[in-house]
Design a protein around this ligand. Structure first.
Ligand code: SF4
Length: 117
């Protein structure tokens, strides 16, 4: 599944770390992707570091996998990771299927996995 197909099928509803998945049709998915890219262009300096809703174990998992809001590896970030869940419309931070809490689209962790075709 490529990135665009992935984004067309999944988006985040809720910003407290709870992840809900919903299906969209192709046109809605295209709009979602366009909105996300516009949000990113408008605000590149936001942070996804509010961990107040997480348990100690969930915070520890972020640390274990060395999550960071800014990827140190060119070409590898959360938006092209197969585990990324795109932000709710109007939100900047997305989610992750493995790591709880807000996830920056430009973020990275050591379990990054490339999206496949
Ligand atoms: Fe980002 Fe890591 Fe989650 Fe992939 S697994 S979306 S790189 S936090």
């Amino acid at each position: 599944m490529n990135r665009r197909k992935f984004l067309n099928r999944i988006f985040v509803i809720g910003s407290s770390g709870s992840i809900f998945l919903a299906c969209t049709d192709t046109q809605e998915g295209e709009k979602d992707l366009q909105n996300i890219e516009e949000n990113l262009s408008a605000d590149q300096a936001f942070s996804c570091s509010d961990l107040s809703a997480l348990t100690e174990a969930e915070r520890s998992l972020r640390d274990t996998f060395e999550y960071t809001d800014e990827s140190p590896i060119e070409g590898q970030n959360c938006t092209n990771c197969t585990l990324y869940v795109v932000p709710e419309i109007g939100e900047s931070c997305g989610g992750c299927l493995t790591i709880k809490g807000p996830i920056h689209p430009h973020g990275y962790c050591t379990i990054w996995a490339a999206q496949t075709g």
